[in-house]
Each structure stands twice: as C-alpha cells, then as structure tokens.
Design a protein around this ligand. Structure first.
Ligand code: GTR
Length: 416
C-alpha cells in the first residue's frame, strides 16, 4: 500500500515536472500585440484579405501546397455491408497518383451508417493506421513505417496484430454512426512517414523534381502540408461516393494532426466544419504567448512539419506576420471548433481559446458570432456559436466527451 502510494506520488510529481526552460507562468507569457486582421467588409474578406492571410501562412508557417500534382485514382477494394454488427457499410479505398507511381498511395477506411439515404462525413487522419482505429479484426494491418511503441503493438517500425484497436477509444465509431455520420480515415504515414527523413519515402519527394535530393526552401511545404493534401484527396473520393453527402464534410484531427486538420480546413473550403483537438503550438495556440511549447521548441524537435522559414521565428514570434487567430479566421464564414484538455498545458489551452476569441470579429462581418464569451470558460463547459470551444477534464487525448461536442456542433450547424 505504502509502496503503491509512493509510486503514485512519484509518477504524478514527475508528470507535472515542468521541462527546464518551459514557461508555465501566466505572468510571464509576454504581451506582444497580435497582428491586425484588418477587417472591413465580408466581401473584402472573402476576395482580398482571406487570400492574403492564406498566403502569409504558406510563406511563413506551413509552405505552399504545389498545384498540379496529378489526378488521383480511386480503387474501392472491399465493401462489407454488415460492418459493426450491421450498423454500417465499410469500404476501403486506395487513392494513388498514377502520374507519380513512386508514391505508394493511401488506404482510406470509410464507415457509412446503414439505412441513411446519404450521410454527412467526418474525415481525419490516424496515428496508428486503420487496424488501430477499428474494433473489427478483419481490417488489414498497415504495412507502413510507424514509430515504435510497445503499448501500441508497433515493433521494428511495423504494426503487429497487437496494434488492433489500440486507437479505438479516440474513434468512437458506433457513437458517430448512430448519430448518422460517416467516418473516413487513413494512416497519416501513408502520405509521409513522420520523422525527419520521412519525406524521402513519401509524397513530397515523389512530387519534387529533385526527389529525395530536394533542399527545401522557404515557402515550400512541410509534412503538415502533405498530410493536409491527403485529407483533401479523401474529399475528392467522397464526392464520387453516392452514399455520402459530400456537401457536409467535417475535418478533424488531434495534436499534430489537429494542426494538420486546421491547415487542410483553411485551404480547402469543401470542409464545412473544421475541428482542432488539442492542436497546440503550430495549431490553434497563439504563437506570441510564451506558455508550454513554443515556436523555438517545436521547430527544433519537428522541423520537417513546417516550411523552413517558420524556424526563423524561434524566440522571435513577434516578427512573424501572422498569429493563430488569423488561421482560425480563415475558416469564416464556416464553423470551426477548438478543443483543449485541462491537463494539456504543453498545448497552452488559454492560447488556444484566445485564438478563437480574437478570430471572432471576422464572423461579425457575416452577421454571425464566434466564441461569444470573453473569458475562457470553466472546464467541461462548451461555448460558442460559429467558433466552438471547450476545455475538457483530463489529458492530451480524444475522448467521447470531445466527440459528443463535435457531433452536436456539426448537427447544429448543418440543420441551420
Ligand atoms: C508533441 C508536440 C506537440 C504535439 C504532439 C502530438 O511532441 O510537441 O506539438 O503535436 O507531439 O502530436 O502528439
């Protein structure tokens, strides 16, 4: 008993030990002013200001998605009409680029609720592959590179049988399907393996004229850009599927994939709802706030996620012509949702809320409201109209609570 208590205390003290040099003191976050959204009229926003801001994000943060990469090809490989005990139809779709045969393509898993005429759909990438998302044991196991993880059944960079269902708590398929929504997902490493040299085996080398010898320049895309491109290709497929209501597609992602979901949703306006789950630095959190992870930390640990220029703002966020309220604003007039977790200080929950707050005036141009409140709401209290926000009890994760808010949010907006 004593030992157990001691262990518990040690573990929890350890979990809260701040990393040296990382600020968690609200009094020390700094007070650099945010760049001005320069709002005038809805028309000016849509035709002029929004494209300007989008370009600033390409130039300074994520890089530009190259045009004319090729026409995607869709092969529907398996259709199972009685998936999840008859609740859904499950399909696998292989998306490839015949003009870029070096790229291995992506394997999308799609669940559609049975009995609905056409279903709105959530689209999101996964960290562990389709077999980790699904509770069904006949889902093919991803054969792609993955980060080793004993807990998740990843050995020698490959998923094993033990990886089945390891992410299913983050993808409550039954709950989503019962609310009438379809879900389309794919392993993010299908597009580009997530490590510093991963691009050499991924889409970015396949489409660059210098292939694996490319030297990335300022303004050229990073891994987040490539993953976001993949999300848009899933929508391309959904537009061809008669069981899907492709006018109602939401994009969702957690953490680094939340940054990706935001960037995909801001570039591709076919995403009618954009959702960021605990996206933190490089996602919804304001970069000018020095709290938790910073531009300096993230660009050192994960330089391959961004365009090279972004690293030049390390320790000097004030020099960056954008901050993340401008990223959130790019959704307007579409609804966007930002979620934080109470224990996820690394992601700077207040910075995530404030980007929603400071993006809110853009919705006024369209006669709508953003987060509605001025102060960050209490834990487990969702707020907001066109910008939804909540901070859930618990740690950095995706839970049923988060999904319940997203399902409510999409349902509310799509019934308007
Ligand atoms: C962390 C990174 C965060 C977040 C997270 C994740 O190591 O610092 O920005 O992206 O990874 O994706 O789980």
């Amino acid at each position: 008993m004593r030992t157990a208590l001691f262990l518990l205390l040690t573990v929890s003290v350890f979990a809260q030990t701040p990393r040296p040099g990382v600020n968690y003191d609200e009094a020390k976050v700094g007070n650099d002013p945010l760049p001005d959204l320069k709002l005038t009229t809805a028309e000016d926003w849509t035709n002029k200001r929004r494209p300007e801001i989008l370009k600033l994000f390409e130039d300074n943060v994520y890089g530009k998605t190259p045009a004319n990469i090729g026409t995607p090809k869709f092969e529907v490989t398996v259709t199972k009409t009685d998936a999840l005990g008859g609740l859904a139809t499950r399909k696998f779709i292989h998306i490839s680029l015949p003009e870029r045969p070096v790229w291995q393509g992506m394997d999308v898993m799609l669940y559609i609720p049975n009995g609905s005429r056409v279903a709105p759909c959530f689209v999101g990438l996964s960290f562990g592959g389709n077999q980790a998302v699904s509770p069904e044991n006949d889902v093919p196991i991803s054969t792609r590179w993955m980060r080793d993880s004993k807990d998740k059944g990843i050995v020698d960079h490959r998923a094993t049988e033990a990886s089945r269902g390891t992410s299913s708590s983050r993808w409550p398929l039954e709950m989503i399907l019962r609310r009438g929504f379809a879900v389309a997902t794919c392993y993010y490493g299908d597009i580009e393996p997530d490590h510093a040299d991963g691009w050499k085996d991924g889409l970015r080398a396949a489409v660059s004229k210098d292939g694996a010898n490319t030297v990335w320049k300022d303004g050229e895309w990073g891994a987040i850009g490539a993953w976001a491109w993949g999300l848009s290709r899933i929508v391309d497929y959904l537009e061809t599927d008669k069981l899907i209501d492709s006018k109602h597609v939401a994009v969702i992602g957690h953490s680094r994939l939340g940054k990706t979901s935001l960037w995909a949703g801001m570039q591709d306006t076919r995403f009618g709802v954009v959702i960021s789950n605990d996206s933190g630095e490089g996602g919804a959190a304001l970069m000018r706030r020095d709290f938790g992870e910073t531009t300096a930390i993230i660009t050192k640990a994960f330089p391959h996620w961004f365009t090279p220029k972004y690293a030049s703002y390390a320790g000097n966020a004030a020099a960056c012509p954008v901050d993340m309220h401008m990223l959130i604003a790019l959704a307007a007039p579409r609804p966007v949702y930002i979620a934080s977790a109470a224990e996820d200080h690394w992601a700077d929950q207040k910075g995530e809320f404030l980007s929603g707050k400071f993006a809110s005036p853009v919705y006024a141009l369209f006669g709508e409201k953003g987060v509605v409140v001025d102060e960050q709401p209490a834990i487990d209290t969702p707020v907001g109209d066109f910008i939804g926000y909540h901070m859930r009890t618990g740690k950095h994760d995706v839970t049923d609570y988060d999904w319940t808010q997203y399902l409510n949010f999409a349902t509310r907006h799509w019934k308007k």
